[in-house]
Design a protein. Structure first.
Length: 122
């Protein structure tokens, strides 16, 4: 059963291999359900063979973050078109969850939007 559907990231991302994270204001919400479904949309894409990676990270104390799983793994983005994708967590989630967003290859940039849907398995 769906418990929430929230726009958790909407930025122009141009930092390459440096991670950007969803805002800390969403950490509790993202960890509040059994399953997290993440959908991304990328537009205004630039760079040489840009890629997108979205990692799911978790913590029970809100300070020590660990990789839970890789949701989107180095997906190629095509300049001049809208790129979209979706994936769901397959792991039990801790109390706090955040998304780590990376862009790869040479001079990548894109306007990214990420929407998260929390679902209860009971």
């Amino acid at each position: 059963m769906r418990r929430f559907n929230k726009d958790v990231y909407k930025e122009t991302h141009d930092t390459g291999a440096t991670a950007r994270y969803t805002s800390a204001e969403f950490n509790d919400l993202l960890g509040s359900q059994d399953v997290l479904v993440v959908q991304y949309s990328a537009v205004k894409i630039a760079g040489t063979t840009p890629t997108l990676t979205i990692d799911l990270q978790g913590s029970n104390n809100g300070a020590d973050w660990q990789l839970i799983e890789n949701l989107i793994n180095a997906v190629s983005l095509t300049p001049g078109s809208v790129n979209a994708g979706i994936d769901a967590s397959g792991q039990n989630l801790p109390a706090f969850v955040r998304l780590a967003i990376y862009m790869g290859e040479t001079n990548p940039s894109a306007e990214l939007q990420i929407i998260a849907s929390g679902r209860s398995t009971s």
